[in-house]
Design a protein around this ligand. Structure first.
Ligand code: SF4
Length: 329
């Protein structure tokens, strides 16, 4: 994405949410850190449900250590991977108490040394708690960065470094939130809602998702398909009826005078037949019987032009040869 488009991209997201905030609930920097650690591979809503009662009672490393791992598990057992997360929260609380005077450090390296804290968590804490212009790349931002062409990269770190490079300074502070909100509510993983996307014209994603059909449009489409199927069924029935109908069978001599007449049902000659001489007098007549006629007949139209050649098999069914010949003069 070109720099001008990047600026416009952020400008529109900012206009929509001028003051974005984290959807994780917390009461101070320590609880923010705990909430972010708990949110790995979990939804913010699920984490908030568990941390609401927890943070009402526990808001410092000391209180967390007093609660203990088993007590903490009771609060967070609805969150995925809660056993490992409880262990990490107790361990990081101990380090904060013993090495940082129970204060969350404003330092990426120190943060990343805490159990359960990776680069993404450190970036979130630095951004939200300390106002640093970091961009934590989670699953939403990774997807949006790649899909839109804003910051394509194979790993979250690649995407983060590209975003840092491409994001204009004026947007860096809130870029993390704008991109998360956009990925979570519009540029969704399975079906991005391109039809209502603010930045659709700037986005490189080509197979843009169309708007879902209204109930009425869906009903109309169903009715149309049903109608088409009924018409097809009718035409098949008509064709079958036509093929089963007795049709006159007439042939002419080359000079256009009547040579033979009888009747057919579909491709099969059936019923009576009469042969005539060129002067119009009857030569022979009779009825067709299975196996009674074989050989090849040349048929002429009234003007004496070759109309078709019909090869008759025993059983009086014409072969494909007749069908392959076109009417010609
Ligand atoms: S147009 Fe579609 S793919 Fe592109 S950012 Fe918007 S929602 Fe995502």
């Amino acid at each position: 994405m070109k720099p001008q488009a990047v600026t416009e991209f952020y400008r529109r997201l900012r206009a929509q949410t001028p003051q974005p905030a984290s959807e994780l609930q917390y009461v101070n920097v320590y609880t923010l850190l705990v909430a972010v650690v708990l949110s790995a591979q979990a939804t913010d809503i699920g984490v908030n449900k568990a941390t609401g009662p927890l943070f009402a009672r526990v808001d410092t490393p000391e209180k967390m250590l007093a609660l203990g791992e088993a007590g903490l598990k009771n609060y967070i057992k609805t969150i995925g991977l809660f056993n490992a997360k409880a262990k990490n929260v107790i361990a990081l609380s101990k380090i904060l108490r013993d090495e940082h005077k129970s204060i969350v450090p404003r330092d990426r390296e120190a943060l990343q040394k805490l159990p359960g804290v990776g680069r993404k968590t450190a970036n979130v804490v630095l951004n939200i708690a300390f106002g640093e212009p970091t961009i934590a790349v989670d699953t939403h931002i990774f997807r949006v960065g790649n899909r839109t062409g804003l910051a394509p990269g194979k790993t979250p770190l690649h995407v983060e470094l590209k975003l840092e490079k491409k994001t204009p300074a004026e947007f860096k502070q809130h870029a993390h939130h704008w991109l998360i909100l956009h990925g979570r509510y519009v540029c969704k993983a399975r079906t991005p809602e391109c039809w209502r996307c603010l930045v659709a014209d700037l986005c490189a994603f080509k197979p843009k998702s169309p708007a879902p059909q209204s109930d009425e449009a869906r009903r109309n489409k169903k009715a149309k398909i049903k109608k088409k199927a009924a018409a097809k069924k009718k035409s098949v029935k008509k064709k079958a009826a036509r093929q089963n109908r007795a049709m006159p069978f007439i042939q002419y001599h080359k000079d256009g005078s009547l040579w033979a007449k009888g009747q057919t049902i579909g491709d099969i000659l059936t019923g009576y037949w009469e042969w005539f001489r060129k002067d119009g007098t009857k030569l022979r007549s009779g009825t067709f019987k299975d196996g009674a006629q074989t050989g090849e007949w040349t048929t002429y139209d009234k003007k004496g032009r070759v109309y078709k050649i019909t090869a008759m098999k025993p059983g009086l069914k014409s072969t494909g040869k007749a069908a392959s010949l076109k009417k010609r003069s």
